[in-house]
Design a protein around this ligand. Structure first.
Ligand code: SF4
Length: 193
């Protein structure tokens, strides 16, 4: 769908320069999705790995974030292999609803209530990022936190449209449950993609 240089706005690498590769197509359909235009992969042209790599090389960051849509609907083996051969650090942001492909330095696992993830992503995740849209989501988040590895970073992130109502609840929750940290979509605050 698009390739662009920006700062990672969410999670552990928040604020770090990154090149984003957004792959089109999503099998989850979250009602609050902020990139609904990514859902229909037929709207976007196919690109080969060489063209993607050339575009990535035109930017300076050594961190490449492959996101979507749901990026793992496409096989990422060759793309990550070639990116890593060229010295890039590959990160993926996935709902964990489809089989893992690719080799990754960082896996952001962000399960959604709209489609159950595959359990094995809990053990693969370097960070667990749960979007909080409703107070009942805290308990749902804890279910995943119990299953991830000890090293996995835990993030709660307000759903953007509900942010003014839900962020104070997240802050209170994190004060009582300090294993979690707050992830804000800082790219939206500073108006970058
Ligand atoms: Fe949107 Fe991501 Fe949900 Fe897909 S998984 S609908 S891209 S928020």
């Amino acid at each position: 769908m698009e390739i662009f240089p920006t700062l990672q706005g969410e999670g552990y690498y928040q604020g770090h320069a990154s090149t984003f590769i957004r792959l089109a197509g999503c099998n989850v359909a979250c009602v609050w999705c902020d990139v609904k235009e990514s859902w229909d992969e037929k709207k976007f042209p196919l690109m080969n790995v060489e063209s993607i790599l050339n575009k990535v090389k035109s930017y300076t960051s050594k961190i490449v974030v492959i996101t979507g849509g749901e990026p793992l609907l496409q096989n990422c083996d060759l793309l990550t292999k070639e990116l890593q051969k060229a010295g890039y650090q590959c990160h993926v942001e996935t709902s964990g609803t489809t089989k893992l492909s690719g080799t990754w330095q960082w896996i952001t696992f962000s399960p959604k209530k709209f489609k159950n993830p595959i359990d094995s992503f809990c053990q693969l995740a370097h960070e667990l990022k749960i979007v909080i849209n409703h107070p009942s989501d805290f308990e749902w988040a804890e279910g995943f936190a119990k299953k991830v590895s000890k090293e996995c970073k835990l993030f709660l992130q307000p759903e953007w449209e509900k942010s003014s109502m839900i962020t104070p609840q997240i802050i209170e929750y994190i004060k009582k449950n300090p294993q979690w940290a707050l992830s804000l979509q800082i790219h939206k605050f500073v108006n970058i993609p």
